[in-house]
Design a protein around this ligand. Structure first.
Ligand code: ADP
Ligand code: ASP
Ligand code: MG
Length: 464
């Protein structure tokens, strides 16, 4: 069971999470994964930026707000007997966190590694609080960090990749003895460590990934993701008011949706679950008896509708490589992807016109400048490529549904709807799985495009 930040956002929600664990614990062996409380990760990012600029005064102010907030929750959720121990553990973490911020401010240097170390405090503070809350309702619990539980990653700080075999082995070795003692492990989501012990993070929203990794390691029967909405919906309910909950989706569809749904689920989180065919349930922690959404190997019908959902991924940009010398010249695309890859720039979407005069790639907005520089170094001056451009105003709209496969006319309806909404489409791609059509529009047009497509396919009237 993984609890997202909103599901732990205050003392009442913490207690609610503990009651959920309690309710399912007698009949099940449970591993709990805790996200950082509420907006803590965002606040830590803000602190890191302030510290880097040397604005220690504002950094300290925000820092003490976080510290006080956690202590306040801790005091109201822990049992009398455990409050002292919990508070002293949090105070220790708080002072370590304080020293980290001072250090960054002093050097005015924020490396990907020190940033991960700083961000790790969100989950390192929340997991012991959730463990104590669950213990106050009578459960035997133990808080553990991702490193303590054995999740090892490479050293790509900020978006580290788990080393699966070793992690699986270590996780089994470390969690089995806890269960033998009927103790429920409460593990920090999002964070892990390199082999030599430096703290890494798995990328924003990474607690989902922690949950699916642990589940795969342990051969879990199911993964339950507790969040603040009733399940995976036909669109982001913040954009589309009449978005509906999807009862069931296949891994294929959920992969496309989560990859392109940005916040709903960590893009890589479904991989371990899909690989082990472990069903994932996405449920509302405020309404725990509702079914939520089941993600499984089953291809699920959608009341005859071809499109199941439409999602948006923001904070992306486009890197375009062009040159008349590219036409018919083999190997340019290979060089593009090679240099992106060796500079840790992840390509989310690609399109190449049949004239072969340009290749456009969508990457995270933060990677645009690095991507452009990498390609300039690798490709300019060799006679094939003569322009490399980066644009930062973009978002991807993904239209997903397994029923799209082999159904003619879906793309026409998508583009018709978007055009009627007055939105200019800048780039298009369809995965060969035919589970998705993705288009790129400028950031401000994103919500309008989502609404237009949702309306065109009448997704608000989905009955399944
Ligand atoms: P958590 O803190 O539980 O991890 P997130 O904020 O990461 O929660 O993700 C849940 C949020 O994702 C919802 O509150 C919702 O606004 C947003 N969201 C975006 N797209 C969707 C979608 N297709 N279905 C449901 N929620 C979505
Ligand atoms: N706390 C991390 C984040 O906000 C991880 C997570 O919540 O899944 O990105
Ligand atoms: Mg999340």
């Amino acid at each position: 069971m993984k609890f997202g930040g909103t599901s732990l956002a205050n003392a009442a929600r913490m207690k609610n999470a503990a009651r959920i664990i309690q309710r399912y614990s007698p009949q099940n062996k449970i591993v709990v994964v805790a996200s950082a409380i509420g907006e803590t990760t965002d606040q830590l990012i803000e602190i890191s930026e302030l510290a880097k600029k040397g604005d220690l005064q504002r950094a300290r102010k925000l820092l003490s707000k976080i510290q006080a907030f956690h202590l306040k929750i801790a005091r109201s959720v822990a049992s009398k007997g455990e409050t002292r121990e919990l508070v002293s553990r949090l105070e220790q973490l708080n002072s370590e966190l304080g020293r980290t911020v001072e250090g960054i401010a002093h050097l005015r240097e924020l490396t990907p590694r020190s940033r991960d170390y700083l961000l790790s405090f969100g989950e390192r503070l929340s997991a012991p609080i959730l463990a104590a809350t669950a213990s106050a309702v009578g459960l035997k619990t133990r808080a553990l960090t991702g490193a303590e539980v054995g999740i090892a990653t490479d050293d790509n700080f900020g978006e580290a990749t788990p080393l699966m075999e070793i992690s699986y082995h270590q996780v089994q070795e470390r969690l089995d003895p806890l269960w033998t003692r009927r103790t429920i492990p409460v593990v920090t989501g999002f964070i892990a460590a390199t082999i030599d012990g430096s703290i890494t993070t798995l990328g924003r929203g990474g607690s989902d990934y922690t949950a699916t990794l642990l589940a795969a390691a342990l051969g879990a029967d199911e993964i339950w993701i507790w969040t603040d909405v009733n399940g995976l919906m036909t669109a982001d309910p913040r954009i589309v008011k009449d978005a509906k909950v999807l009862q069931s989706v296949s891994f294929g569809e959920a992969l496309e949706l989560s990859y392109f749904g940005a916040k709903m689920m960590h893009p890589r989180a479904l991989q371990p679950a899909a690989q082990k065919r472990t069903p994932v349930r996405i449920k509302n922690s405020s309404k725990p008896t509702r079914d939520g959404t089941l993600v499984s190997v089953k291809e699920s019908p959608n009341g005859g509708r071809v499109v199941k959902a439409v999602s948006i991924i923001r904070d992306v940009g486009i890197v375009t490589v062009g040159g008349t010398g590219m036409m018919g010249a083999p190997g340019v695309a290979a060089k593009v992807f090679q240099s992106f890859g060796s500079n840790n720039v992840n390509v989310m979407m690609i399109s190449q016109g049949s004239s072969e005069a340009t290749i456009s790639c969508v990457v995270a907005r933060k990677d645009v400048d690095r991507g452009v520089r990498a390609l300039q170094l690798a490709l300019l001056g060799q006679g094939q490529v003569d322009k490399i451009l980066g644009e930062k105003d973009a978002c991807i709209i993904a239209v997903v549904g397994s029923g799209m496969k082999g159904t003619p006319g879906v793309a026409a309806r998508v583009f018709g709807a978007v055009a009627k909404g007055g939105v200019n489409v800048r780039m298009v791609a369809q995965g060969s799985s035919e589970y998705n059509i993705s288009l790129v529009v400028s950031e401000k047009d994103g919500p309008r495009a989502v609404k237009a497509i949702h309306e065109e396919f009448q997704l608000g009237k989905t009955s399944s």
